[in-house]
Design a protein around this ligand. Structure first.
Ligand code: ATP
Ligand code: PRP
Ligand code: NIO
Ligand code: MG
Length: 554
């Protein structure tokens, strides 16, 4: 990949940062990470080692699952982590006066070589409080990674989860296209939205740069502007198109006008009421893309104009050996209009002996969200493909995932962060995570243990405890045990074969299949259980008592 590719948009590219979006670099962080680094350095903590957990506390969108995404970008970030000369110069000017020069030398030599990163596989379903990434290494460097890792994981996982939810409500046979670039949170947000909506189960994007960078299928139709740019057939500079088989130039407009006349009787709409400008626009688009003719039919009136003109042009193309692809509807009652369009195509198929007309694609767009799709499903519709922008990319129902990054161990000693809100108390210590499965292949529970404990064994009873509620416990006899963490980064190297985007996309669907339907339903889904071992439970609560100050009443 050359530097122009990710450097597009004027982003700064440094040597060694070739494989990543140029904006992802060590200074893409909060100032406090660097000021803390200086204070740690001043306090002689350069040899301290720490373990941080990266996890979220609540699933987004009132759901009970999250899709983990963004791991590959985190690994590329570790791989390229290095402050450039200009970064150091900038920090010298920006940090408060009096910072010792040796600190900048220290920063200039810093890399992620001594860091070890464990993670669950990208594309896997994940649950609250089970760290999706666990990172160990020198305190200063692992602290410095916090904000960047969070920004790489939070939106990616939110987006992949949102897309997976749209996929679940739409069903596997409907195509889903992401149309959100114009509404996304800026250019980089737009690229991430395209990438991770594909991961979550979309079929393609209208975002051309995303297509190029991530090898995602790019798809699209045309805008209302194309239709409204014509007002009469007199504006057509050319009406001619080559017959697909004979190669002879033929007049497409003439044929379309002829078919329009015939169709007006079959469809019971008057040619006078339909728009001539729309007909001209469709003819001109069909001349440009005879094999890929897809037209927007709602500019003036779907029934009285759009479907008539589209069918006329599609029949004219058919005379010349071409099959049109379909239509897009972008306003009005999408259930009603899609059924009307399908009925129209069926009528035309029968009357004009063009059976392929039955299979024309009906694309719908216009402020679609999960609820719209559910409602359209209830009403009955004939939509083959949804084009979804705004609500997908802005994650309308929940605009941020709350992944956090918490210190759980330092120099082998556990650390706990207390909170009035029990949900916010951190799970101290270096832990392993396991997913326990039932005999039918469904995930039953995620279990956190201390790393010193032996892993749960198939067929053996394990006591699983709610991390904070003493009375909530259950014995689980797993039929299969999955150890959730793999070492992804160690000794300065990515140590797993990274899956392609396509493979991560498949993983999402495979992983979702292991979840029972009641965890996945839209309304009041059943929470998935996350537990701790008895050993970890006691460890957490002992530490809690040690750390909680004893109040005094007077
Ligand atoms: N059958 C339907 N059931 C539920 N929601 C629908 C249905 N058809 C369309 N919608 C949704 O209803 C909303 C309609 O939007 P709006 O009120 O702006 O109308 P419009 O059709 O876009 O109007 P205009 O023709 O002025 O552009 C959109 O969010 C669309 O996705
Ligand atoms: O509705 P979304 O889910 O965001 O999908 C993308 C929208 O972008 C386009 O038009 P735009 O919204 O720019 O203009 P329009 O709605 O006025 O046609 C397109 O026609 C869709 O309506
Ligand atoms: O190709 C389309 O139809 C499209 C692309 C972006 C936004 N709205 C529609
Ligand atoms: Mg719109």
């Amino acid at each position: 990949m050359n530097d122009r590719e990710f450097g597009a948009g004027g982003q700064f590219m440094d040597r060694g940062r070739m494989n990543q979006n140029g904006v992802v670099q060590p200074l893409l962080t909060d100032l406090y990470q660097i000021t803390m680094a200086y204070a740690y350095w001043k306090s002689d903590k350069t040899d301290d080692t720490a373990v941080f957990d990266l996890f979220f506390r609540n699933n987004p969108f009132h759901g009970e699952f999250t899709i983990f995404a963004g791991l590959e970008e985190c690994l590329k970030f570790l791989d390229s982590f290095h402050y450039s000369q200009s970064d150091i110069e900038y920090l010298k000017q920006t940090l408060p006066e009096g910072i010792e020069n040796e600190f900048f030398e220290y920063l200039g030599n810093l890399t992620a070589r001594d860091v070890t990163l464990f993670a669950i596989d990208e594309g896997t379903v994940a649950f609250p409080r089970v760290p999706i990434i666990k990172i160990e290494g020198p305190l200063i460097i692992v602290q410095l990674l916090e904000t960047t890792l969070l920004t790489l994981v939070n939106y990616a996982s939110l987006m992949a989860t949102n897309a997976a939810r749209y996929r679940m409500v739409a069903g596997k046979h409907v195509k889903l296209l992401e149309f959100g670039l114009r509404r996304a949170q800026g250019p980089d947000g737009g690229l991430s939205a395209s990438k991770y909506s594909y991961t979550g189960g979309f079929d393609g994007t209208s975002n051309v740069l995303a297509g190029k960078l991530f090898n995602i299928p790019v798809k699209g139709t045309h805008a209302h502007a194309y239709i409204t740019s014509f007002s009469s057939v007199g504006e057509l500079k050319t009406r001619l198109i080559k017959h697909k088989q004979t190669g002879i130039m033929e007049d497409l407009l003439e044929r379309a006008i002829h078919h329009r006349q015939m169709l007006s009787h079959v469809l019971d709409v008057s040619t006078e009421e339909s728009s001539e400008g729309e007909l001209a626009a469709m003819v001109s688009y069909a001349i440009a893309f005879p094999d890929g003719f897809m037209a927007l039919v709602d500019t003036y009136d779907v029934k009285r104009s759009g479907l008539l003109n589209f069918s006329a042009v599609a029949l004219a193309l058919n005379d010349l050996g071409y099959h049109a692809l379909g239509i897009r509807i972008d306003s009005g009652d999408l259930a009603y209009l899609s059924c009307l369009a399908r009925e129209t195509f069926e009528k035309v198929a029968e009357r004009f002996k063009v059976p392929w007309f039955n299979k024309l694609t009906i694309v719908a767009s216009n402020d679609i969200n999960e609820d719209t799709i559910l409602s359209l499903n209830e009403q009955g519709h004939k939509i083959d493909c949804f084009g979804i922008g705004t609500h997908l990319v802005t994650c309308q129902r929940q605009p941020a995932l709350g992944c956090v990054y918490k210190l759980v161990e330092i120099n082998g000693q556990p650390r706990i962060k207390l909170s009035q809100d029990v949900e916010k108390v951190t799970m101290p210590g270096n832990k392993n995570a396991y997913r326990l499965y039932s005999a039918d292949g469904h995930a039953l529970i995620d279990l956190l243990q201390k790393v010193s404990e032996p892993p749960p064994a198939v067929g053996q009873k394990v006591l699983c405890r709610h991390p904070f509620q003493e009375s909530k416990r259950a014995y689980v006899i797993p039929s299969h045990v999955e150890s959730l963490y793999k070492v992804y980064w160690k000794s300065g190297k990515i140590c797993q074969q990274l899956p392609t985007l396509e493979q991560v996309r498949e993983k999402v669907q495979i992983s979702l299949k292991t979840l029972r339907n009641d965890h996945k339903r839209t309304l009041n889904p059943t929470p998935y259980k996350v537990a701790v071992s008895d050993n970890l439970y006691n460890f957490i609560h002992d530490l809690w008592l040690q750390n909680a100050p004893i109040g005094e009443l007077s």
